[in-house]
Every structure is written in structure tokens, then in C-alpha cells.
Design a protein around this ligand. Structure first.
Ligand SMILES: Cc1ncc(COP(=O)(O)O)c(C=O)c1O
Length: 339
């Protein structure tokens, strides 16, 4: 039986071209700044996001933790949507390592607005913690792959300026946001101080993320990365996969969004899934169902892997290892499942 793995866009495996790029990569010791392939990846990332500099980090989690350490630090606060990845899936590193307090903001769709942030910035009183940073997650994982429109970003940027706050974008899926919003990565990033994007999700590389920002910030990030144990040596073999991904796998992300819409349409035709197809904006599909354990098992028995997401919902994520043809098969299976 063919298996269609829709648990996450992190499960993709490098293709021949990417493996070849890794195999032939020129390398050096990156802690000495001597790995030409890592240097090239960092230059490319800075150019794509329009930032002065970039740094290759081990993971999206590290790329989010470093700004929390540098911008917030112990005893200070950051504002973040209550379903933020940094709150739920990064082992509370924002508090346990950075020492910062994440203040959860309730949103409908994961998108922060000045109205929601108003009143959450602490006043300048000696017994109150200082609010230092806003985190925007773009696209937003737990909120269903939602993305920031230009106007949202501009409003957050002016709110941050007014209150002297830094803005960090958890852009693990930045390029999904690029495709969905029809904005360039550099335009999106122009509204924030720092952005981390993952190479190992929609872009299909096996490892890593890149944190981009101003030169002085990235120089500091290099120190913090080393402190966290993230100083890598001949990392060019990994960076080469990232370069290949940036050169070959950005435009194809729009296909992932089409596949997600196809799956959502099929789910909407079943009796066991409740879904608002219009809410599916990028490559992440959430649907409600009465007994998610049962449905996950039934789907697995029919070759579809997906993940329970809470007591009444399931998540499916499209990616580069599921083709349009595969998606048609997945849709057929979904439509034929009776509960
Ligand atoms: C929105 C978001 N941010 C950050 C991360 C963390 O990435 P990593 O698994 O590389 O640490 C993920 C991973 O799924 C994510 O979905």
C-alpha cells in the first residue's frame, strides 16, 4: 500500500539534485567563518530578506530563541499569539533559557493587531517587567497556516515603533507567506527587525534555519549561537542543501497550497469532517471531527498519515514529497472513507 505522509512538511527527503549539491559542497570550519558554502547561504538569505546579515542556525527553534535572548533577556516580556510555536513546542526555552515571559494574546486567526496589543505593553513603572518584543508567526502553524497581509504588518511595525519594541518574525514558513500574500520576502521582512525562516519545511532541505537581521544583531547572534552549542564546523554540506532549496523550491510552494485546497474540498464532502474550506490559506489543513483517534487510525489503515491536533481536530500538511497526482489519490481515499 502506498503511504501518503501528511503529518508535517518537515518529513521531506532530499532529492538527487539536493544530495549532489551536499556531496560536492566546498567546506571549511564555520566557527572560524571559513566555510564558503555557509557564507554563501547566509549572503543569499540576507539578500532575499533584504537584511544586512544572516546566520545559519540548527533549527527554527534556535532561530527564535536567539532573538528572545538578545532582545528580551531575563525578567522582560514578549507579546505573542497564544497559540505561538514558541510557547507550545519549543520546550519553554523562551522562559527557561532566555528568561523572558511570553505574554499570550488571544487572536481568532493567529494574526496580531494593534487593537489586540493595546494595553499589553507594560507601563514604565519600576515594579513592572519591561515589554521588549513582539513575535509574529508567519505563516501561523496552530492557527491553520494563516499569514500576515501587508496592512497587518505595517500596523504592527508602527505600533512597535511607537512603543520602542523589537519585532521578531517566526517565519518558519516565510515562503508560504510570500506565495500566499504575493509579497516578496524582503518586503515582508522590511516590517520586522529579525526574521527566522526554516530550510527544512516547505523548502525541503534536511536541516537548518536562517536568522536574518541588522549587522550588529547578527554579530551578537553568532556569540549566542555558540553559547547554545550551535557553532557548527564543516556545515557547508548542510548549507548546500539550503542553497539548493532556495534556488529550486520556492516557486513550487504554490502547488502545496493548491494541494491543501484540494484536500480541504474533499474533506468538506465527507460526513465525518467539519471544515471551513475558505480558512485554508496555505499548506496546513485543520478539520474538526468527533473522534480524532478513530479517524487518524482509519486514515492510517488506508495509507494516509496525519496528526491529531487536540480533542476534536486533525491536521494535514502538504509538501514537496506529495505530488498533485498523490493528492488526487488522497482525495479519493478521503471521499471513500465511511465512519
Ligand atoms: C511556526 C514554527 N516555528 C518554529 C518551528 C521550529 O522549527 P524546528 O523544528 O526546526 O525547531 C516550527 C516547526 O514546526 C514551526 O512550525
Amino acid at each position: 500500500m502506498k503511504i501518503y505522509d501528511l503529518r508535517s512538511d518537515t518529513i521531506t527527503k532530499p532529492d538527487e539534485g539536493m544530495r549532489k549539491a551536499m556531496y560536492t559542497a566546498e567546506v571549511g570550519d564555520d566557527v572560524y567563518h571559513e566555510d564558503p558554502t555557509v557564507n554563501r547561504l547566509e549572503e543569499m538569505a540576507a539578500e532575499i530578506t533584504g537584511k544586512e546579515k544572516a546566520i545559519f542556525v540548527t533549527s527554527g527553534s534556535m532561530g527564535n530563541l536567539i532573538p528572545a535572548i538578545i532582545n528580551c533577556g531575563r525578567g522582560n516580556e514578549l507579546l505573542i499569539d497564544y497559540r505561538g510555536h514558541m510557547i507550545h513546542y519549543e520546550l519553554a526555552s523562551v522562559s527557561s533559557i532566555a528568561g523572558a515571559l511570553p505574554v499570550s494574546i488571544v487572536t481568532d486567526d493567529g494574526i496580531l493587531t494593534p487593537e489586540l496589543l493595546k494595553g499589553k505593553v507594560q507601563p514604565d513603572i519600576y515594579y513592572m517587567a519591561r515589554t521588549r518584543m513582539i513575535v509574529v508567526e508567519n505563516t501561523h502553524n496552530l492557527a491553520g497556516g494563516t499569514f500576515y497581509e501587508r496592512q497587518n504588518l505595517a500596523q504592527i511595525a508602527s505600533f512597535a515603533e511607537e512603543h520602542s519594541l523589537k519585532v521578531h518574525m517566526d517565519g518558519a514558513r516565510l515562503f508560504n507567506a510570500v506565495v500566499a500574500s504575493d509579497m516578496k520576502a524582503s518586503e515582508i521582512a522590511s516590517y520586522v527587525d529579525t526574521v527566522t525562516f526554516c530550510l527544512s519545511k516547505g523548502l525541503g532541505a534536511p536541516v537548518g534555519a536562517v536568522l536574518c537581521g541588522e549587522s550588529a544583531f547578527i554579530d551578537e547572534a553568532r556569540r549566542v549561537r555558540k553559547m547554545l552549542g550551535g557553532g557548527m564546523r564543516q556545515a557547508g554540506v548542510l548549507a548546500a542543501a539550503g542553497i539548493y532549496a532556495l534556488e529550486n523550491n520556492i516557486d513550487r510552494i504554490k502547488e502545496d497550497h493548491e494541494k491543501a485546497s484540494m484536500i480541504a474540498a474533499s474533506l468538506s464532502q465527507t460526513e465525518w469532517a467539519e471544515i471551513d474550506t475558505k480558512a485554508v490559506k496555505t499548506n496546513i489543513v485543520y478539520f474538526k471531527t468527533e473522534n480524532p483517534d478513530n479517524i487518524v487510525n482509519l486514515l492510517r489503515e488506508n495509507g494516509i498519515l496525519c496528526g491529531k491536533a487536540g480533542d476534536d481536530s486533525i491536521r494535514m500538511v502538504t509538501h514537496l514529497n506529495i505530488s498533485i497526482e498523490d493528492t488526487k489519490e488522497v482525495c479519493g481515499i478521503i471521499e471513500n472513507i465511511r465512519v
